[in-house]
Design a protein around this ligand. Structure first.
Ligand SMILES: [Zn+2]
Length: 1013
């Protein structure tokens, strides 16, 4: 924003600049609000060396504009209206779109009101160095400010304001370029109003303002070939949908109007929820709604009615007599719709074929299912909120027309999203042949009732499929991980000393030492998982890469005996909130990122690396600021008291789990550090025993470690399961204890806004299926009446012949649970605070502020609770805390999925490598699911889940989770395969011919070779 000088205006003029509007208060009272604007004459037009504006003002627009457009040879700037930004952001953001842009304040405001995500993209655009974008504060400049007329709609008022600004700009340019005596008059650049609103263009024409529609404008640009692909099909009155809508049969029913939907939801006749696609069967989806314990099942395309994964939909639930169980069949859209033609898929013949295919798929018997498996069924009657974004896709090469497969003509093709949860997208492109085999980003624009597929447009290419760069970026995009480098404003928040920053000498004059305890003499050490530090593995001599980068050590510990026989134990956490202050650019960025994201070969930090890996990292032999939790504990690990204090520490050592374990177990060692580890370990064991006795769960998720060749090549050479040391749980127990102690303290101090974490108990019905399988297949009982009962019965789920069986059951049980979440203590009822998995009545996250934003807030609240610093007002506001928690919860989920996908990608690469070296990759696997036409299997060694498909008919006993493969006259007996059976599978990585994407394919080796089936 330019520097502000306020011009005093006479009273009568000030009246003109008053804006009056009505505002509804929280209690529903209507208030009249008068807002006075102070108009100014010194707001710069942004054109370089403008003679009419303040020469000192910062400018970004080149003096003669852009001269490469066919229609504007004398140079031009564009001034887009609001809808252009709302509908065509991909176009405007493209690197090929180089025209200087004038963004009016009016337009910014409108975009902000209409869409926050688009607003942040627009804001980002105005700060990037790559594009020339000028924000003109037209509402503040006296000549361009306008007041809404009595009979004018706010929309018309804004359109008029935009035209007025365009007019002013064109006149202003004559002042910017005054004629020079003795020289012919220069041809002036133009400011061109860009709008797809026909009426607005007509008005502009009448007012002699240069204006043009987006499509016509792009057609005259020098990069029109690439840019035309980016045009969105929405928001334009000129752009035709891929085919004429008229005369086509509707495949879907129209949505009900929004007011009807909202009224229906309110009255309980309709139900609102997020649409979830079924990854095994593209013809089924579910919508969890609050009125039913089981989610509403949507069977078939018509009932899903154009809902896309993540959309908030309104569903109508059918009569109970129509309720059904979900199918047990894998239905793959790529296979079923293989021959569908992108250009002509609505032609009758094809349509019938697809229809036949799909209805056959839907007709499969659901009747034999036990009635307990029935779910409410229903259909989508409207969309409350679309959650469309840009999707990573591959072009399906079979959808290219053969005569067009090399030429650059415009054609309609299918883009297949990487995610199996999304429908194929139809898009028009001129670049199809060059995009085959690449990962590309595609946005959905619309989905008409006459179109089987949604229509979208190409955004940009990410690179060759399977190249590491393209895979990594697409993963970040797919899970919406913000990965832009930290900008200058953020880096400016770091201490100016940079790497040279040190804890200043102890003195009351140094503010760092205010109210801090000097713990530099304590024998403190850190113990972390391997891979947090690059290390050579002892066995294989290869590098193990865990979370990449160097140390981000956010916790350290100590323990010592007190003279009274009790033990003092301390957890010391990096004092991140000393460096990250509320409401700064760095704080806002960290809040938006929510968490650091760990991929196999990359880490996307929440905070700039200077903090994470240096100033806040509790490295050994370096003085660091910390936030300490110190307990006095009895020998039996009972808490006598706890105190919280800011401190200065100097860690004495950084161990890996394995090293700490060796040290603890080495009888020759008896130094203070080793004693401290032993003390911590014995306390940890007692703490753990208590937790377990209280009913904490020992959950499991498939975890593997990926060995890479070297840090350079990052080719995985092997995958192995993660090893567990006793010392893992040493650290874990103390972190849990710290988190619980801190949670109690901040909840007591700030009962309305304490940032806490809870894990709701899962609905018992979530376990129905697993219980049934365990009962029928193994005669085992799973008691889910409480977390303690569940923990006990999980302990008994053992197969003496199969040690891995217990872990498998734990993995399956974990999947039946809900995920833990952050919340603000005043926002939910007190009896729902509990953490089910940890069996703790209250919990929070305090111990990883370098990589989790919730912990940063918790640090601020704890600092305020002990009177160290006042609480920032935003942390007193329940609504504000709730909003941040929403973002952070979402980011955490996405980060987990991104990590998992990254591991999967590397497991795939490792498999590909083995496939090349070995004749056949064969591994043990457990059957975890049976389908009518296949098996779901889990390869625990690789943490990999896969599908084995049977082409030939098998006998399927849904009730007993058994599939029988008939001998078919080979003389061999029939083979029955059930859930929990151990089988061996052959694993291949197959390249999909159409999309060039690698896919893991599994076939059975034993008990029967499934390749022939
Ligand atoms: Zn100017």
């Amino acid at each position: 924003m330019p520097e502000i000088t306020i011009l005093k205006r006479p009273r009568e003029e000030a009246v003109i600049t008053q804006r009056m509007f009505f505002k509804k208060t929280a209690r529903g009272k209507v208030m009249k609000v008068l807002r006075e604007r102070y108009l100014r004459d010194d707001i710069s037009c942004g054109v370089n060396a403008c003679r009419a504006c303040n020469a000192a003002a910062q400018t970004v627009l080149p003096r003669s504009g852009d001269t490469t457009h066919k229609l504007f040879p004398t140079g031009h700037y564009i001034l887009p209206d609001t809808n252009v930004f709302l509908a065509q952001m991909d176009l405007i953001e493209s690197n090929h779109f180089t025209t200087p842009i004038i963004v009016l304040q009016t337009v910014m405001e409108e975009v902000r009101h209409r869409s926050l995500p688009l607003y942040s993209r627009l804001k980002a655009l105005t700060t990037t160095d790559e594009q020339k974008v000028w924000v003109f504060y037209n509402e503040f400049r006296s000549e361009t400010a306008i007041v809404r007329e009595e009979d004018e709609t706010p929309n018309d008022r804004n359109d008029r304001g935009i035209r007025k600004a365009a007019q002013w700009y064109n006149a202003h340019l004559t002042l910017a370029h005054p004629p020079i005596r003795g020289q012919p008059n220069l041809a002036l650049p133009k400011v061109v109003l860009l709008t797809d609103d026909f009426a607005n263009r007509q008005k502009a024409d009448n007012e002699s303002i240069p204006c043009i529609s987006v499509r016509n404008y792009v057609e005259g640009m020098k990069n029109s070939d690439q840019l035309l692909d980016l045009l969105s099909a929405t928001g334009s009155d000129e752009l035709e949908p891929t085919r004429a809508v008229a005369g086509r049969t509707a495949l879907y029913t129209d949505y009900l109007p929004m007011s009807t939907l909202l009224a229906g939801v309110k009255a309980g006749q309709l139900h609102q929820g997020h649409f979830n696609a079924n990854k095994y069967n593209y013809l089924e989806g579910t919508v969890p709604v609050s009125a039913f314990t089981k989610p509403v099942l949507l069977v078939g395309r018509e009932n899903m009615n154009r809902a896309v994964q993540g959309d908030v939909v309104a569903v109508e639930v059918f009569d109970e007599s129509e309720w059904k169980a979900p199918t047990d069949e894998v239905i793959d859209q790529d296979a079923t719709l293989k021959n569908d033609d992108a250009e002509d898929s609505e032609e009758e013949g094809d349509d019938l074929m697809v229809h036949e295919h799909e209805s056959k798929a839907l007709r499969t018997e659901r009747t034999k299912k036990p009635p307990t498996e029935k779910q409410p069924t229903g259909r989508v009657v409207g969309i409350i909120k679309r959650n469309w974004r840009a999707y990573v896709c591959h072009i399906d090469s079979t959808s290219l027309t053969s005569n067009n497969s090399t030429s650059l003509g415009l054609q309609t093709v299918f883009a297949t999203p990487v995610s199996r949860l999304l429908p194929r997208i139809r898009l028009r492109t001129r670049q199809a042949p060059s995009l085959v085999g690449h990962k590309i980003l595609v946005t959905i624009d619309r989905w008409d009732i006459t179109s089987r597929y949604p229509e979208g447009h190409f955004v940009r290419a990410l690179g060759k499929a399977e190249s590491k760069e393209a895979e990594q970026e697409s993963l970040l995009l797919e899970f919406e991980v913000p990965y832009r480098p930290f900008g200058k404003a953020i880096l400016d928040c770091l201490p100016p000393e940079g790497e040279q920053w040190v804890v200043p000498p102890k003195s009351p004059a140094n503010p760092e030492w205010r109210d801090r305890v000097d713990l530099r003499d304590l024998i403190i050490c850190s113990i972390d998982p391997p891979g947090n530090i690059f290390k050579t593995s002892y066995k294989s001599g290869t590098l193990i890469l865990g979370p990449p980068g160097c140390q981000d050590i956010d916790d350290a510990l100590h323990a010592r005996r007190l003279t009274n026989g009790n033990i003092e134990a301390g957890v010391h956490i990096a004092d991140v909130s000393h460096f990250v202050h509320p409401d700064t650019a760095m704080d806002n960025e960290a809040a938006a990122r929510g968490t650091t994201v760990y991929l196999v070969d990359k880490r996307i930090d929440m905070l700039p690396a200077l903090l994470g890996t240096n100033l806040c990292s509790l490295r050994p032999h370096v003085e660091r600021l910390a936030f300490s939790v110190i307990w006095e504990l009895t020998q039996d690990a009972e808490i006598v008291n706890v105190r919280f204090t800011k401190s200065v520490i100097a860690s004495k050592a950084a161990f890996e789990y394995g090293e700490a374990q060796l040290r603890k177990d080495d009888p020759k060692l008896n130094d203070e550090l080793t004693q401290s580890i032993r003390l911590l370990n014995s306390l940890a064991q007692k703490l753990k025993a208590k937790r377990m006795a209280a009913g904490a769960l020992n959950l499991a998720s498939p975890e593997v470690k990926i060995h890479l060749d070297s840090s350079e090549s990052s080719d995985p050479v092997d995958v192995e399961q993660k090893a567990l040391h006793e010392t893992n749980s040493l650290v874990e127990e103390f972190m849990l204890l710290a988190n619980t102690s801190v949670a109690r303290q901040i909840q007591e101090s700030f009962p309305q806004t304490a940032v806490l974490r809870r894990h709701l108990p899962p609905p018992h019905t979530n376990f129905d299926k697993l219980q049934d399988i365990l009962q029928k297949r193994k005669g085992l009982k799973l008691d889910v009446s409480s977390s303690g009962a569940l923990a006990d019965s999980l302990d008994e789920c053992v197969d003496p012949k199969e040690p891995a069986f217990n872990t498998l059951v734990r993995i399956m049980a974990t999947r039946c649970m809900l995920s833990a979440e952050y919340f603000s203590s005043g926002s939910v009822s007190r009896d729902t605070f509990g953490h089910y998995g940890l069996a703790s009545p209250i919990y929070t996250h305090f111990t990883s502020p370098i990589r989790r934003y919730a912990d940063v807030l918790v640090h601020r609240q704890l600092a305020a609770a002990i009177g160290y610093s006042p609480l920032h007002p935003t942390l007193h506001a329940k609504m504000h805390v709730e909003r941040i928690m929403d973002v952070v919860n979402r980011r955490h989920r996405m980060a987990q999925m991104a990590s998992r996908a990254s591991v999967e990608f590397y497991v795939g690469l490792a498999l590909k490598g083995r496939n090349e070296r070995e004749t056949e990759v064969v591994e043990d696997a457990f059957v975890i699911r049976t389908f009518r036409n296949g098996l779901g299997v889990f390869v625990s060694k690789l943490g990999l889940e896969g599908l084995v498909m049977f082409k030939r008919d098998t006998q399927f006993d849904a009730e007993n989770y058994t599939i029988t493969v008939p001998s078919s006259g080979t003389g061999q007996p029939d083979v029955a395969i059930s859930v929990f059976d151990k089988v061996t599978v052959r694993i291949e990585v197959e390249k999909d011919k159409n999309t060039q994407r690698g896919r893991v394919k599994m076939t059975l080796v034993s008990p029967v070779d499934s390749r022939a089936l």
